[in-house]
Every structure is written in C-alpha cells, then in structure tokens.
Design a protein around this ligand. Structure first.
Ligand code: 4NP
Length: 154
C-alpha cells in the first residue's frame, strides 16, 4: 500500500506524519510506501522545519532528508490513500480530484484514531516547540490506529 501525507507547507506536519508512519510500519513488519507533499509550493525543496526535526529526533525518528514538494494531480494515481492534516488541506486536495474514486482516497488522518470526529492536526508553524509536541502525540495515535486496521485485515 502507498500512503501520501499532505499538509500546507510540507515542512511541519506531513513530514512528521511520514516519518512516524514509515518507522512504525517497519517496526510492525508492515510493508508500506510513505511519502508527503504540501498544497502550497512556497517551501518547495526545503528540509523540514528545525522544530519538527528536533521533535522527531527526540522521539527517535529522522526526517532530515525529506524535501518539501507540492502535491500534484498525478499523486491520485501514485497513492492508495491520501491523508490530510486539516479541513483546509481536505478542500484543497479534493479540488484537484476529477472523479469519485480519487475523492474516496482522501481523508483526515486523525479520523484513523477518532473515527468521524473530523479532528484536525493544528498548524504548529506560528507557535513554539510545544505545538510540535502536541502534533507528534496526535500523529502517533493516528498512525498506530491506521496500522492496527491494516493488521486486522491481514
Ligand atoms: P505545515 O506548516 O503545513 O505543517 O508544513 C506550515 C508551514 C508553512 C506555512 C504554514 C504552515 N507558511 O505559512 O509558510
């Protein structure tokens, strides 16, 4: 299965989600291909925000090699699931979809842990390190729940 994580800048939330899901899947022996992208191209080519890198390093994950890239319509074919961090990402990604099969791939990532609650991963960009800690906690819960659902199907 191929999973794409999407946020606005692809320098804070979605690279963290990518790193967490990739590492937790490997720990469980689940074969997943994970990537991330942003709906906004303004940070294209940049490494993740240093606060995101620090938070991940503290928890034993490395995301320093990830580089921001914008989401493209071709990603709908390249990925089986597209997880978005907030409702604004959801609208932006859906606006790129051209059929119902594409739309069906898109969902709020936190709905994995809290089904149908439509909770959002808060944008930590304009805050301090505490926001990144909170983001980490939410993403880890969602990643574990997503992997639980894959394990149950195996
Ligand atoms: P992200 O955070 O969407 O989690 O990567 C942001 C990164 C950049 C900006 C906003 C949010 N920005 O306004 O440039």
């Amino acid at each position: 299965m191929r999973v794409l994580m999407v946020c606005l800048g692809n320098i804070c939330r979605s690279p963290m989600a990518e790193g967490i899901l990739r590492d937790l899947a490997a720990t469980r022996g689940i074969e997943l291909s994970v990537d991330s992208a942003g709906t906004y191209a303004g940070h294209q080519g940049e490494a993740p925000d240093l606060r995101a890198q620090d938070e991940m390093k503290k928890r034993g994950h490395s995301i320093q090699r990830i580089r921001s890239r914008p989401m493209r319509p071709a990603d709908f074919d390249a990925f089986d699931r597209i997880f978005v961090m907030d409702k604004s990402n959801y609208r932006d990604v859906l606006s790129m979809a051209t059929d119902a099969a594409m739309e069906k791939k898109v969902g709020l990532f936190l709905n994995q842990a809290w089904p149908e609650k439509d909770l959002e991963v808060p944008d930590p960009y304009f805050g301090g390190q505490h926001g990144f800690e909170r983001v980490y906690t939410l993403l880890e819960r969602a990643a574990e729940a997503f992997l639980d659902s894959i394990d149950e199907q195996r």
